[in-house]
Design a protein around this ligand. Structure first.
Ligand SMILES: Nc1ncnc2c1ncn2[C@@H]1O[C@H](COP(=O)(O)OP(=O)(O)OP(=O)(O)O)[C@@H](O)[C@H]1O
Length: 242
């Protein structure tokens, strides 16, 4: 993205952001609450449009992309949203299958709501996140951490070229956090793709990412490869003493 500004209502959520992320990079987006991390990720899904500047995703300029092309592009972008974007009243199998709706014809997507399609692959993705036995549970009967893992399973099934994760481990304990980050890394790496994750824990950023981008009041104030950073450098972004 080049020289991007985003306004949300009266707030300038991002200002003058220049960021180029190459294939295969794993980028942690860090910063205090309200710094603009979610906005940055939502910009890359086309959910938020810039007031000025350009945003390119997987080599396509999002401005003026016809809806059909935008849908195709979105099918190549896997997202774990901060608020998970799951349908609680559905069975887990349907919520996970939503990961590939973008690549299915409409008739198959509709049919899948009546009779789930491709159940073995869904079961395999759920097994990877440790929820093999929850295939037919209602999603809203699962705990917050389990729902977060359903959202990860959906991305595993989708096999996208770009993975965006907004605090993907906020409801998980440390062991599950690491496991989830490894899964997200794997799914990005399988396709030679890229991972961008907003992360609240500096240690997780250092363990799992190759680069850290720090935001403050909508501006990029840190952009460094992980080997160049210390835990103290990062702690500053979370309000901890250096
Ligand atoms: N829908 C909205 N309308 C108006 N302002 C918004 C909206 N969404 C976010 N903002 C504002 O934009 C700024 C950036 O918000 P954003 O959600 O990107 O921050 P964040 O770094 O992801 O925060 P958090 O860590 O708390 O999730 C904040 O000042 C926020 O109040």
């Amino acid at each position: 993205m080049r020289d991007v500004e985003v306004r949300l209502g009266r707030t300038r959520a991002l200002a003058g952001v220049d960021l180029v992320v190459g294939a295969g990079e794993r980028v942690a987006v860090v910063g205090s609450s309200g710094a603009g991390k979610s906005t940055l990720l939502r910009l890359l899904t086309g959910a938020v449009r810039p007031a000025t500047g350009t945003v390119e995703v997987l080599g396509r300029d999002l401005a003026g992309l016809p809806p059909r092309e935008l849908r195709r592009l979105r099918a190549r972008v896997g997202t774990v949203h901060q608020h998970l974007d799951l349908v609680g009243a559905l069975r887990v199998v349907h919520d996970v299958n939503a990961g590939r709706l973008g690549t299915w014809p409409t008739w198959r997507a509709a049919l899948s709501l009546l009779r789930p399609q491709g159940v073995p692959e869904v079961a395999a993705a759920l097994a990877e996140v440790g929820l093999a036995d929850r295939l037919y549970d209602r999603t809203d009967r699962l705990s917050g951490g389990q729902q977060q893992r359903v959202a990860v399973a959906r991305v595993l099934l989708q096999q996208p070229d770009l993975v965006l994760a907004d605090e993907p481990a906020s409801a998980l304990d440390p062991a599950l956090t690491d496991r989830t980050m490894v899964l997200l890394r794997d799914v990005a790496e399988r396709r030679g793709g890229t991972l961008l994750a907003s992360l609240h824990d500096p240690a997780v950023a250092l363990r799992h990412c190759t680069r850290v981008v720090g935001l403050e009041q909508g501006r990029v104030v840190l952009d460094a490869p992980v080997p160049a950073l210390t835990a103290a450098d990062l702690a500053a972004f979370y309000g901890a003493p250096r």
